[in-house]
Design a protein around this ligand. Structure first.
Ligand SMILES: [Zn+2]
Length: 133
């Protein structure tokens, strides 16, 4: 029995070559544009989250260093999965940076807090293979 495939853009039944993915060059162009749009939207959304994170850190740390509760960051809409770089201090604290601001997760008196800092000159390039197995 012959397998029937449909054009993912316009649902026209595809006939002929079995590796044919779209019914026409026009539908192929539409699909490519949709893919580009999705990729661009992902980048724009990520940039927004990073900028918002940086603004939150800057707002909470006007003098460049502060300790705040995790819940305050959350209430302001901080996205913990978005950061531009990482820094591991010699003391072993991991910092999540958003451009020139960052924080290290700490627990003080049983409460999750963020130690906010500004990026210092000593923050070197991240070495991904330091944790390689
Ligand atoms: Zn089509």
């Amino acid at each position: 029995m012959m397998e029937t495939k449909k054009c993912p853009v316009c649902s026209t039944l595809l006939v002929g070559r079995s590796d044919k993915k779209y019914c026409s060059d026009q539908c192929r162009a539409i699909a490519n544009n949709q893919f580009k749009y999705k990729t661009q939207k992902l980048i724009i959304d990520t940039n927004k989250r990073l900028r918002r994170n940086r603004t939150i850190l800057k707002t909470l740390s006007p003098v460049g260093k502060a300790t705040v509760r995790k819940t305050i960051l959350e209430s302001m809409g901080y996205d913990f999965s978005a950061f531009t770089s990482l820094y591991l201090s010699p003391a072993g604290n991991l910092y999540y940076l958003c451009y020139d601001y960052g924080f290290s997760p700490i627990v003080q008196r049983g409460i999750e807090r963020a130690l906010i800092i500004t990026r210092q000159k000593y923050v070197g390039d991240w070495q991904p293979w330091q944790f390689a197995k």
